[in-house]
Design a protein around this ligand. Structure first.
Ligand code: FES
Length: 106
């Protein structure tokens, strides 16, 4: 069973589970601010479930590549959309600030 570290929580899930569903079930803070209410419910179009992931998840999907390729997201920023990812290993997740989780400070 993969274990997910996120915001001080350790969350267990089944391999290949949808990452967004796992995080929401656990009450993890996947969305920032008003995005908790205003999001696309996991179809990959709003971009507000963007997170930084260490570990293995499924390959990037076409819609995910499309959504992460325009503002406020920046192509190559290294984020993934939780709603498009399936869990493949233990993960460490970070949510960045901003409505879309797009404000990366490195
Ligand atoms: S919930 Fe909208 S892109 Fe993931």
């Amino acid at each position: 069973m993969p274990k997910i570290q996120f915001d001080g929580q350790e969350i267990e899930c089944e391999e290949n589970e949808n990452l967004r569903r796992v995080l929401l079930r656990a009450g993890a803070p996947l969305y920032n601010g008003a995005a908790k209410t205003f999001h696309c419910r996991g179809i990959g179009t709003c971009g507000t479930c963007a997170i930084e992931i260490e570990g293995q998840v499924s390959n990037i999907t076409d819609i995910e590549r499309w959504r992460l390729g325009f503002p406020p997201h920046q192509r190559g920023a290294g984020l993934r959309l939780a709603c498009q990812c399936k869990v493949r290993s233990d993960l460490r997740i970070k949510k960045h600030p901003g409505f879309w989780g797009q404000n990366i400070s490195r």
